[in-house]
Design a protein around this ligand. Structure first.
Ligand code: HSE
Length: 288
């Protein structure tokens, strides 16, 4: 049996730990079957091929949540680069959880997603849901609460370009720089941005969505992790992007606009001028 889980753009501007969207590509693929003992082989991008792999962690978590003892033999084709900002650990975690769910016949979505979030916790110290939830549903998702898990889904279908520079940012490190408290005016601004963005998305008004791709909760504190940001952003806007932002905790940059191929080329070239290699993926937001 096999399961395929796509990359995701978490945060999506102002929705820190709340908004996310499945983007179809790149993706992880996990082949699995029940076995006498646990094993995992990895192809593609290098990640641990032992019990610390988040696919194994999430699968074991789901089994223990339902009080079963089952081992799986796994083969992971890792297509999403780790530490990229594209929900790489979330995708592998969800793949592991879905594999165990299939073997045990578990259909409870909340359990499957919570087990996957434990994979996230193992990877970066925080069981955030804004990668595993949109990876599961595909849609643009808004996480109202984690306990109990309440999710609002907005079906979307628009092109997005994701540009992945050849630098790595571990989410664990990017979360360490965040403050416990933020100024009230920044919180107010984010409520305004996030609520307006949801309305614009529902109306399919991509220009307005682009204008609202801003964030005052995490970005200002993470800004120093992205020394190339202004240059990449300027290139995107000059190429006609409606808006541009960091995917998850970065370094991937995503943009929306009329001609995402041109925008992606412009962003990648901007990275190249700063001696950073970059790869652009043109994908469709709303694919899980
Ligand atoms: N919301 C998370 C963060 C996503 O920004 O830390 C990480 O992929």
């Amino acid at each position: 049996m096999r399961v395929r889980v796509p990359a995701t753009v978490a945060n999506f501007g102002p929705g820190f730990d709340v908004f996310g969207v499945g983007i179809g590509e790149p993706h992880d693929e996990l082949r699995f079957r029940e076995s006498d003992e646990w094993s995992i082989n990895v192809r593609g991008f290098p990640v641990p091929a032992d019990g610390s792999n988040v696919a194994v962690v999430a699968a074991k978590t789901l089994a223990s949540m339902v009080g079963e003892e089952v081992a799986l033999r796994m083969e992971l084709k890792k297509g999403i680069r780790p530490r990229s900002g594209l929900g790489s650990s979330g995708a592998s975690s969800l793949a592991g959880s879905l594999a165990m769910a299939k073997v045990l016949g578990v259909e409870d979505e909340e359990l499957i997603l919570k087990a996957a979030m434990e994979g996230e916790r193992a990877a970066c110290g925080s069981a955030h849901g804004d990668n595993v939830v949109p990876a599961y549903y595909g849609d643009f998702t808004v996480i109202e609460s984690l306990n109990p898990l309440r999710v609002h889904r907005i079906p979307v279908d628009f092109h997005v370009v994701v540009v992945l520079p050849s630098v790595e940012i571990p989410t664990r490190e990017a979360r360490k720089v965040l403050p416990e408290k933020v100024p009230l005016k920044d919180a107010v601004k984010n409520v305004a941005l996030a609520s307006s963005l949801v309305k614009a998305l529902q109306e399919g008004d991509l220009k307005t969505v682009g204008r609202l791709l801003d964030d005052r909760l995490a970005f200002p504190y993470r800004r120093r992790l992205y020394p190339w940001w202004e240059t990449a952003k300027k290139a995107a806007i000059e190429a006609g992007a409606y808006g541009v932002s960091i995917s998850g905790s970065g370094p991937a940059v995503f943009a929306i606009g009329e001609d995402v191929t041109e925008i992606g080329k412009a962003i990648a070239e901007a990275f190249n001028r700063m001696d950073i290699e970059a790869e652009a993926y043109i994908t469709v937001a709303g694919r899980g």
